[in-house]
Ligand binder design. Sequence first.
Ligand code: HEM
Length: 180
Amino acid sequence: MPWRDNPETYGWITRALHWGIAALILWQILGMVLRLALGRMPVVSLFVGLHQPLGATLFVLIAARLLWALAQRRRRPGHGRGPLARATRAGHVLLYALMVAVPALGLLRAWGNTRAFAPWGLPVFPARETEIAWATTLADRLHGELAWALTALILGHVVMALIHALHWCDGTLARMAGRR
Ligand code: HEM
C-alpha cells in the first residue's frame, strides 16, 4: 500500500489518521452517551477520566489530518460531478470543521478556567486566579451541542459509506478500508 494517496486509493498515512481518529472520537462519544444513560459509575469514570487528555490528543491528530488532507488534495480520489458529489464535498468540509471546533472548544474551556491543564502530565495551561468568562461561557454553550451535531454527521457518513459498499458496490469504502 502506498504511503501517499493516489486517484485510485488512499495511502496508509491517510488511513491510519482516518481510523485512529474515528476510534478515539467513538470512545469520546460513547463515554458521554454512557454518562447520560448510567450516571456516574466506575465504568463511566474510565471514559470521563480520559475525556480531556484524549480530546487534546485528538485535537493534535485532527490538525495533522487537516494539513495532510490539504497536502494530498490533488492526489486523492475525487468525488465526481453533480449534486451528490457536491453534497459529499460539503459534508466532508462540515465534518472537518466540526472535528476541529469540538476539541478546540474543549481546550478553550481548559484554558479559560482556573484549573491547570496537563494532559498525560504535559503542562499545557497553568492554573489562573480568575476565570476568563467569555471563553468558558462560549465553550459551555457550544462544546456539547457541536459534539452531538458531529455525532449525527458521523452517523450519516457511516450510513453513506455502507450504501456505497452494499448497495452501489462502487468500491468507495474499499479505498479507505480495502487492501489496495
Ligand atoms: C473530538 C474530541 C471531543 C469530542 C467528540 C467530545 C465530545 C463531548 C460530548 C459529546 C460531551 C457531552 C456534552 C453533553 O453533556 O451534552 C462532552 C463534554 C465535555 N467535554 Fe468533550 N469532546 C471532545 C474533546 C474535548 C476536549 C479537548 C476537552 C478539554 C480539554 C473536553 C472537555 C469536556 C468537558 C469538561 C465536558 C463536560 C463533562 C462534564 O460535564 O462532566 N472535550 N464532550
